[in-house]
Design a protein around this ligand. Structure first.
Ligand code: NAD
Ligand code: UD1
Length: 339
């Protein structure tokens, strides 16, 4: 089976590509490199020991996409391509709606034209907004507080409408919790441009000496130590969820919406402690005001993923921190030679 992986040069896409190839799929990566480096693909090629077909193009460009579907017989698409920075989405909402929503429309139109109607979509736990309770189940109410989240919500709705209009589509919506960690080879990992917005890369860059101090955004939440609680999931576990989704995708009669999380919540200070232990480095921190839009607690009920996909996270916090640290300490500037 040949899988088109949009955004396959990025953080989650590159890790997923490894497992897809190891599972025997043929992979074609399609990426515009707006938030990725070609070096990530070179390193994936080394890990899997084979060349990977890479097509540079933009999902909003029909001609770029049609060329791919003309030249290859694609069985299914895993759709990672998208912009993901919450703050930037507030400043540039139209850029986010154009890239994420319009890009998905062009992708689906092209898929339909070439009769490829199986898609796994990268959604996010952000679609639950501020949940009334935890753990979060898939049928909880949905909401969004920023354009990034709204783009995910709209795309989910759009894909549900697409299925209503034509039930020969096979659609899986995977709602990721907080992906962290890196491949155990330490040759690929998360390489944010500029100052990281997310906790784990910020902690890792502080431990390696690139950042002086971590700001802990709020210590007065209703959690066990007052700091925000999240469901951190190893990126290789997340990648495995995609392979398992592909295994069932052709048999679906309904749109499947599935949480990919561990079911365990850790606070910011739990993460700092675990990272210090794994890295044997100090992570200096100070308490800062709450970040606008943040919620106290967010962790998954992953029961449905187990039931439907036979998937369950395997890697615990220690391994997440060890793998993040190995990647960060071996590649202090990510895929760049220097910053
Ligand atoms: P990433 O930025 O590392 O990867 C996204 C990739 O898509 C990049 O390689 C980028 O160059 C590419 N891309 C963006 N716009 C494109 C376009 N118009 N045409 C072609 N390629 C394009 O991000 P990631 O962390 O790997 O996330 C992958 C997906 O998962 C995204 O859709 C993201 O919103 C979603 N997601 C991520 C997280 C997270 O914490 N990382 C959480 C929930 C959901
Ligand atoms: C953020 C996004 C969410 C997105 C997810 C994955 C916001 C409000 N939410 O989620 O939409 O789907 O990333 O990309 O941006 N923290 C600190 N100091 C830091 C960074 C983070 O204390 O420097 C805290 C946060 O307050 C939070 C926790 O660490 O409690 C995790 O933060 P982060 O990694 O940014 O993820 P989310 O906020 O869960």
């Amino acid at each position: 089976m040949t899988i088109l992986v949009t955004g396959g040069a990025g953080y989650i896409g590159s890790h997923t590509t490894i497992l897809l190839i190891e599972a025997g799929y043929d992979v074609i990566i399609f990426d515009n490199f707006s938030n990725a480096s070609k070096e990530s693909i070179k390193r994936v090629e080394k890990i899997v020991g084979q060349n990977i077909t890479l097509i540079e193009g933009d999902i909003r460009n029909k001609t770029d996409l049609e060329k791919v579907f003309e030249n290859y017989s694609i069985d299914a698409v895993i759709h990672f391509a998208g912009l993901k920075a919450v703050g930037e989405s507030v400043e540039k909402p139209l850029t986010y709606y154009d890239n994420n929503i319009y890009g998905t429309i062009v992708l689906c139109e092209t898929m339909a034209k070439y009769n490829c109607k199986s898609i796994v979509f990268s959604s996010s736990a952000t679609v639950y907004g501020d949940p009334h309770t935890t753990p979060i189940k898939e049928d909880f109410p949905l909401s969004a507080t920023n354009p990034y989240g709204r783009s995910k919500l709209f795309i989910e709705e759009m894909l549900r409408d697409l299925h209503l209009s034509d039930n020969t589509w096979n659609i899986v919506l995977l709602r990721y919790f907080n992906p962290v960690g890196a491949h155990s080879s330490a040759t690929i990992g998360e390489a944010p441009q500029g100052i990281p917005n997310n906790l784990m890369p910020f902690i890792a860059q502080t431990a390696v000496g690139k950042r002086a101090c971590l700001s802990v955004f709020g210590d007065d939440y209703d959690t066990h130590d007052g700091t925000g609680v999240r469901d951190y999931i190893h990126v290789m576990d997340l990648a495995d969820g995609h392979v398992k989704a592909l295994n069932i995708i052709k048999k679906l009669s309904e749109v499947m919406t599935i949480n990919l999380g561990t079911g365990v919540g850790y606070s910011v200070l739990d993460m700092v402690k675990a990272f210090e232990k794994a890295s044997k480095k100090e992570v200096p921190y100070c308490i800062a005001p709450r970040r606008a839009g943040d919620i106290a607690k967010c962790f998954a009920d992953p029961t449905y993923a187990k039931e439907i996909l036979g998937w369950e996270a395997q890697k615990g916090l220690e391994q997440m921190c060890e793998d993040s640290w190995r990647w960060q300490s071996n590649n202090p500037n990510g895929y760049k030679e220097e910053d």
